[in-house]
Design a protein around this ligand. Structure first.
Ligand SMILES: NC(=O)C1=CN([C@@H]2O[C@H](COP(=O)(O)OP(=O)(O)OC[C@H]3O[C@@H](n4cnc5c(N)ncnc54)[C@H](O)[C@@H]3O)[C@@H](O)[C@H]2O)[C@@H](O)CC1
Ligand SMILES: [K+]
Length: 498
């Protein structure tokens, strides 16, 4: 599992070490210089003679950058520091000067234009404008330099390394404001930060290297990302004496005369993910049975529900079934996945074993229906913030679908899963995901009732498996939702061996 901590968590963890005289900045700068040196050796064979340009802000992030620049200068690099403030970390500046680095104040437009030539000639640029102390987008001279860097021709573009985080990202919430450099590598100190996992900021971060500074961090990360080796511990495994009812029965209320495919695909996701049994309720029974003879059509006992996919607004009977299923789930402590059409008929408050699976537009509509202001674009610009708002307003666990899927649950539980290829953005893929998640909740129904944060972990696991199934179905190329479902058994088997 990848784990990240907020700026405040990191500061609090640094405090006792700094108080006892541990030279954290020197350690951070040394590790940064090692990583940059490695990149330079890989791209041009050696560090000696390499042109290194430092973008230096007013805080300690700039201090790290200047110290790393000094170390690189001592290894023979030609280092230029572009200062963007009349305040600069004094120790870092002294170190760079002592190592014969060049220091260029870059405070006005003319100076920024001259500096643009430095940027174009550089082998590597270190972004040391803002770290965990940044508030809002980069302002002033730093923003001018980032604009110059962005508009360089592709063949003049140097390697760009972010110091701690790409400047201009919301460190804790993954937003971006104003100019944010698109970096190749982020060297982050003490712990990974949420912005390096969350969309849209993480898209700017490139490869992430975490430098261990020996910090003692709080037990619960701010945002996590499950990896392949985490799935086996979450997956419901059949015991020796298992039978279908023990393994979990999933009630599927999906599809309508107009959209029978949603029901077929949702059943496919659940069946292929290894649920004990699927019970289907709705008018698409013949289509579901034709595709999946193992499904049972009609009412009966279930351990979890998935409701709403492909339920047309003009299908009062199916909407009534969705309402009944939701009431049953709430009255009998059965976990439920609430998708698409069912989001509109969600009760005001629900427990966290109800998992909502909206995309950005549906999440915006859900928030608006509860009196909050949100547009689809705002949700996409700040997925964690809006998923958290939806959790706060409804009580539900929220899985917000997107290129990176964000999951939020109670007690601050949050995950950002970036497992699928862009090809996964295809009709019906969300129905398959709902089926996979329903299968997990049915298989771990009692556990999900006992541990209110488990549904969020299961939702993240479902997103991981779903994304990997898309890769597996057709590496590097297009996939249909059905292909994704078909790939599930092999992907799950592989993950259980991991
Ligand atoms: N606390 C520590 O001991 C350590 C900190 N380290 C580094 O220190 C960084 C944090 O340092 P700081 O707290 O000084 O914060 P930053 O260096 O992130 O930036 C704070 C400075 O930038 C200015 N500023 C804030 N928002 C701005 C904006 N939007 N545009 C322009 N200027 C803005 C502030 O006035 C302040 O002077 C970390 O990210 C990391 O790089 C590392 O050296 C490891 C040890
Ligand atoms: K930075």
């Amino acid at each position: 599992m990848l784990t990240s901590w907020t700026a405040d968590d990191v500061r609090a963890a640094e405090r006792p070490l700094l108080a006892s005289g541990v030279p954290l900045m020197e350690r951070a700068a040394f590790a940064l210089a090692v990583h940059v040196g490695r990149e330079l050796r890989a791209t041009r064979g050696r560090v000696g003679g390499a042109r290194v340009t430092l973008l230096v802000g007013s805080g300690n992030n700039g201090g790290d950058t200047l110290h790393a620049g000094a170390l690189l200068a001592r290894r023979g690099a030609q280092v230029t520091a572009l200062l963007t403030s009349d305040r600069t970390h004094a120790g870092g500046l002294d170190a760079l000067r002592a190592a014969h680095g060049r220091v260029v104040p870059t405070l006005d437009d003319a100076a920024a234009d001259d500096a643009a030539q430095d940027l174009a000639r550089a082998d590597v640029v270190l972004d040391g404008l803002l770290g965990i102390g940044g508030r809002g987008g980069v302002r002033g001279p730093g923003a001018r330099l980032l604009a110059r860097l962005r508009t360089l021709d592709a063949d003049a573009r140097p390697l760009v390394v972010a110091v701690d985080v790409p400047s201009g990202v919301g460190v804790d919430d993954g937003t971006r404001t104003g100019e944010v450099p698109d970096v190749d590598l982020t060297v982050t100190f003490g712990a990974c930060k949420p912005a390096l996992l969350l969309p849209p900021a993480a898209d700017a971060a490139g490869r992430v290297e975490v430098v261990d500074l020996g910090l003692t961090l709080p037990p619960r990360p701010a945002v996590a990302r499950l990896e392949a080796t985490d799935v086996a511990a979450l997956w419901p495994l059949p015991g020796r004496d298992a039978h279908k009812y023990v393994r979990g029965v999933l009630g599927v209320v999906a599809g309508s005369a107009r959209y029978p495919g949603a029901a077929v695909l949702q059943a496919a996701g659940a069946v292929r993910a290894g649920v004990g049994m699927v019970r289907y309720l709705g008018s698409a029974g013949p289509q579901v049975l034709a595709a999946h003879p193992e499904v049972v059509v009609g009412e009966g006992r279930v351990q979890a529900w998935v409701v709403g996919s492909g339920v047309a607004p003009d299908d009062p009977e199916q909407r009534a079934r969705v309402r009944d299923a939701l009431s049953h789930a709430l009255a009998h402590d059965e976990p439920a996945v609430v998708d698409a059409g069912a989001l509109e008929i969600l009760p005001d408050r629900v427990p966290p074993h109800v998992v909502l699976t909206p995309h950005a537009g549906e999440l915006a509509a859900l928030l608006v229906a509860r009196g909050a202001h949100a547009t689809r674009a705002e949700v996409e610009a700040a997925p964690l913030v809006h998923a958290r708002r939806a959790h706060d307003l409804t009580g539900a666990t929220v899985l917000l679908k997107g290129g990176t899927t964000v999951v939020v649950g109670p007690h601050g539980a949050a995950y950002a899963q970036a497992d699928g290829p862009s090809w996964l953005a295809t009709a019906g893929a969300g129905d398959v995901l709902g089926g996979v998640l329903g299968a997990l909740l049915a298989g771990r129904s009692a556990d999900a009732m006992a541990d209110p944060t488990l549904p969020a972990a299961l939702a993240a696991a479902a997103a991981l498996v779903h994304g990997r199934a898309a890769h597996h179905a057709n590496p590097g190329g297009p996939v249909s939702a059905g292909d994704v479902a078909d790939a599930l058994p092999a992907v799950v088997a592989g993950l259980l061996r991991a």
